[in-house]
Design a protein around this ligand. Structure first.
Ligand code: SF4
Ligand code: SF4
Length: 93
């Protein structure tokens, strides 16, 4: 919500998801999940979840299968680095 929508009359706004826009547009490479390798997908439950734990943008929900919110993923590659099953690969946009 920006200043126009929230009713504030001064120069202030209320921070919300997406206040700075779709930050995924900054990305130059994207994480691709191989569900054949993902431990959680293979188990059918939320085990492992190292990607969820370490994603600095919190764009990986704790769910199975893993679905990354590409509107806000910045492509940092940390999820690829921490995945013990090598199930995430960064691919150029
Ligand atoms: S690339 Fe970075 S921001 Fe995107 S899902 Fe992986 S850890 Fe999160
Ligand atoms: S870190 Fe890798 S193996 Fe673990 S849940 Fe995430 S994608 Fe699956």
């Amino acid at each position: 919500m920006g200043t126009r929508e929230c009713g504030h009359t001064g120069a202030m706004s209320s921070p919300t998801k997406g206040e700075a826009g779709l930050t995924g547009q900054w990305r130059t490479s994207r994480p691709v999940v191989d569900h054949e390798k993902c431990t959680a997908s293979k188990a059918g439950k939320t085990v492992c979840m190292q990607c969820w734990t370490y994603c600095p943008e919190a764009v990986i929900p704790k769910q199975v299968p893993i679905e990354i919110d590409m509107d806000y993923c910045k492509g940092c590659g940390i999820c690829e680095e921490v995945c013990p099953a090598h199930a995430i690969t960064m691919e150029a946009e």
